[in-house]
Design a protein around this ligand. Structure first.
Ligand SMILES: Nc1nc2c(ncn2[C@@H]2O[C@H](COP(=O)(O)OP(=O)(O)OP(=O)(O)O)[C@@H](O)[C@H]2O)c(=O)[nH]1
Length: 310
């Protein structure tokens, strides 16, 4: 091939082509083609005989610069995408490859650099990444919405039903005990009537929060079961442990000291029915719910502000 054609190919290339001199201190550019001049806005005279790091200006905190530095040191090829700045100060993404040129003894005498302005591609990639991230955030948000109660922020009935099924199956397989506590606010209708619905909502939030902070085990959880009714599911407790635990729940709500003039104590209280059941392979799950529900009814009958188990 004629040397003239090679020369013309470099001059006509749409990609920027540079040649640096590796035998001179600081590896300065000794040639840039017209496409490089168009891409950067610098003329050949302005940028030859100096190292091309001026293209990064003060934006030196780019890990890719370390890759180039190492490749030059070892006399190796490398491909990076960098933020570069044109003469007018505007930024562009430069996809740069550098390849060593060897003399007959194998010494690296020069590097040839090929540069492409890939700004549009990088911007689209960033937009896609951002959109993907927002979609992920929305997905998490909607997942949370589907299992959390809108008012109190604790788990909702749907989550409880699913989780109850799972924990029941595990308990049946392992022969473990499960404890279900059904917690109902006392005289809540009159609380709403006296203090208003908004105050009722605030009381529900405070009670839910207090119950939600009461666990000893990671697998325990509280959920809002209905209007002013909550449930707590816990595994591995004995009857005695469960009995002590639910007493502390009643106390936690008393300690909130939410005034309730229609309550005999003067404060908002809860009644709790609980059931502890050790499951075997054939035990249905609803026994726990039915027993806890009956026990709650009994706790109400016995005067409220207390826990009870059948
Ligand atoms: N503010 C508010 N009130 C609610 C909400 N959900 C249910 N309630 C109210 O809770 C009250 C429950 O009343 P009842 O089922 O009669 O029970 P109670 O008055 O607590 O009586 P006992 O359970 O027998 O002590 C009703 O007045 C409902 O309107 C809610 O999200 N916000």
């Amino acid at each position: 091939m004629k040397i003239e054609i090679l020369k013309q190919a470099v001059m006509d290339s749409r990609d920027g082509i540079t040649i640096s001199d590796n035998c001179i201190d600081d590896n300065p550019l000794i040639f840039v083609n017209p496409a490089f001049e168009r891409m950067t806005g610098y003329s050949s005279e302005e940028i030859t005989n100096i190292n091309c790091r001026y293209l990064q200006r003060n934006d030196r905190d780019q890990p890719e610069l370390e890759l180039i530095h190492n490749a030059v040191k070892k006399g190796e090829y490398c491909l990076v995408t960098l933020r570069n700045y044109r003469k007018d100060g505007t930024m562009f993404w430069n996809e740069l490859s550098i390849s060593p040129i060897h003399d007959e003894k194998g010494t690296v005498t020069n590097f040839i650099g090929i540069q492409k302005d890939v700004t549009s591609r990088v911007i689209i990639q960033q937009q896609l990444r951002d959109e993907h991230q927002s979609l992920e955030e929305m997905k998490i948000h909607f997942e949370q919405l589907s299992i959390k109660d809108g008012l109190t922020g604790i788990y909702n009935r749907r989550f409880f039903d699913t989780q109850f099924e799972i924990q029941w199956k595990i308990a049946c397989r392992n022969g473990d005990s499960l404890t279900l506590a059904m917690i109902d606010i006392d005289h809540f209708k009159s609380f709403n009537d006296i203090y208003g619905h908004q105050a009722g909502d605030e009381a529900l939030i405070r009670v839910a929060d207090s119950l939600n902070k009461s666990f000893q085990r990671g697998s325990d959880f509280a959920a809002r079961y209905g209007g002013e009714e909550f449930v707590i599911l816990s595994n591995g407790m004995t009857q005695e442990q469960a009995s002590l635990y639910v007493k502390t729940l009643c106390q936690r709500v008393r300690d909130l000291k939410i005034p309730h003039s229609a309550s005999s104590t003067g404060y908002l209280t809860v009644s709790i029915g609980f059931s502890v059941h050790t499951f075997g392979p054939l035990h249905p799950s609803n026994v726990l719910l039915a027993q806890a529900d009956k026990a709650l009814y009994a706790a109400k009958k016995r005067g409220r502000d207390q826990s009870f188990s059948l």
